[in-house]
Design a protein around this ligand. Structure first.
Ligand SMILES: *[C@@H]1O[C@H](CO)[C@@H](O)[C@H](O)[C@H]1NC(C)=O
Ligand SMILES: *[C@@H]1O[C@H](CO)[C@@H](O)[C@H](O)[C@H]1NC(C)=O
Ligand SMILES: *[C@@H]1O[C@H](CO)[C@@H](O)[C@H](O)[C@H]1NC(C)=O
Ligand SMILES: *[C@@H]1O[C@H](CO)[C@@H](O)[C@H](O)[C@H]1NC(C)=O
Ligand SMILES: *[C@@H]1O[C@H](CO)[C@@H](O)[C@H](O)[C@H]1NC(C)=O
Ligand SMILES: *[C@@H]1O[C@H](CO)[C@@H](O)[C@H](O)[C@H]1NC(C)=O
Length: 321
């Protein structure tokens, strides 16, 4: 974003067409960083046509505002649903399970501006906190620590959680639940979005999170991803050529935001070990633990975001704010 090197209009259009007409595999890492760095000096403009096209395509496959969360509107008692990651396993929607779902989707009306905050080490020293908090709606992933608010902000309207966080950090919520309550309260009153019906091993702990929020009268609501939505979203991304075993929660949340928000900016999405100046950075802004190898395809997902940035359908922030 910041003007450093002067990159001419023709260089910018060359960079854009290079990114749009290539696949990530052709780049050597150093050259790739150079291209992305040079692009930072090119102006970004939203392209309404691209933006609307992207939204309409996602709407056709996935319809996030109606379908992404299990609601009483999109399920019926007695229905069986398939888990999206363990396709042979089914869940019966009993009356008591149904009663835990919100009546309607919380995303009835479009939200004007959204920030989707990934946890990449590139956020360290970004000073993006105020800009992030200035968005109408802030999505975060996996209950990240918020103790660098100058860089990452504090506003949290929705946070996803990998159930492994509940299992490992909070003893699957079978023991003292206060530590979980205290952590959630640090985020204000976000929607907590859990993949309760992706892997059957995570269903019980996800339900316990909902019971806990209920019993302690948290302002936060726990809601569940609709596995049918995730299945359709997976098929959609595979159909446009993205290769992965399991897509990341970043890609899920970005896709959701593209449907429910008018303007989307991504922060902290950067899957490389060095920043744009070649300086080594942490994997996350709060720790240096890499994800399990072989499951997600973060660089390929990143390349999608970069292409979307170039097309003007979202803004990918990689620098200082
Ligand atoms: C999503 O589904 C709802 C309910 O069926 C429908 O009213 C709405 O038009 C759909 N939206 C899109 C983008 O298809
Ligand atoms: C689902 O549960 C209901 C009771 O709530 C039961 O009547 C029905 O047979 C069950 N269906 C399946 C497929 O297990
Ligand atoms: C990050 O900020 C600290 C102080 O807050 C400063 O000492 C350090 O040089 C900064 N690092 C980078 C890479 O800018
Ligand atoms: C921020 O939070 C993390 C995890 O909660 C903790 O390990 C770390 O020491 C904290 N850092 C600062 C600067 O407060
Ligand atoms: C998923 O896609 C199928 C086939 O196009 C469609 O029938 C179904 O309604 C979709 N499910 C959701 C939750 O959007
Ligand atoms: C941020 O960068 C500074 C140096 O640039 C480093 O000292 C600090 O530990 C980093 N903090 C995090 C959370 O990465």
């Amino acid at each position: 974003m910041k003007h450093g090197d002067n990159v001419s209009a023709s260089e910018c259009s060359h960079l854009r067409s290079l990114i749009l007409n290539s696949v990530l595999g052709i780049f050597k890492q150093q050259a790739f960083l150079g291209v992305v760095k040079a692009l930072q000096s090119c102006p970004w403009k939203e392209d309404q046509t691209e933006r609307n096209l992207f939204r309409a395509n996602l709407g056709k496959c996935c319809n996030a505002s109606y379908s992404m969360i299990m609601t009483q509107e999109n399920t019926v008692i007695g229905q069986t649903i398939n888990f999206d990651a363990e396709t042979k396993i089914k869940q019966n929607i009993t009356k008591s399970l149904y009663s835990l779902f919100p009546k309607k989707s919380p995303f009835q009306k479009p939200i004007r501006t959204c920030a989707v905050v990934g946890n990449g080490g590139i956020l360290n020293n970004s000073s993006c906190g105020a800009q992030i908090d200035g968005a109408d709606f802030v999505f975060r992933l996996n209950f990240p620590p918020l103790n660098w608010t100058d860089d990452v902000g504090a506003k949290t309207d929705l946070v996803t959680s990998n159930p492994s966080i509940l299992i490992n950090r909070f003893s699957s919520l079978t023991e003292q639940r206060k530590p979980f309550i205290r952590m959630v309260q640090e985020y204000g009153s976000p929607l907590i979005l859990l993949p309760a019906f992706s892997y059957s091993a995570n269903t019980e702990v996800s339900l316990r999170a909902l019971y806990t929020a209920d019993e302690f009268d948290l302002k936060s609501k726990v809601v569940f991803f609709n596995p049918d939505y995730l299945k359709n979203l997976t098929a959609h991304w595979k159909s446009v050529g993205l290769k992965f075993v399991r897509f990341s929660s970043g890609l899920m949340v970005m896709s959701m935001a593209m449907e429910v928000c008018d303007e989307v900016t991504l922060y902290g999405f950067w899957p490389f070990p060095k920043d744009l100046n070649g300086v080594p950075i942490l994997h996350h802004y709060y720790d240096n633990v890499p994800p399990k190898p072989g499951i997600h395809a973060m660089p390929e997902e990143f390349y999608q975001y970069l292409q979307m940035h170039v097309k003007g359908s979202l803004r990918l922030n990689l620098g200082h704010c």
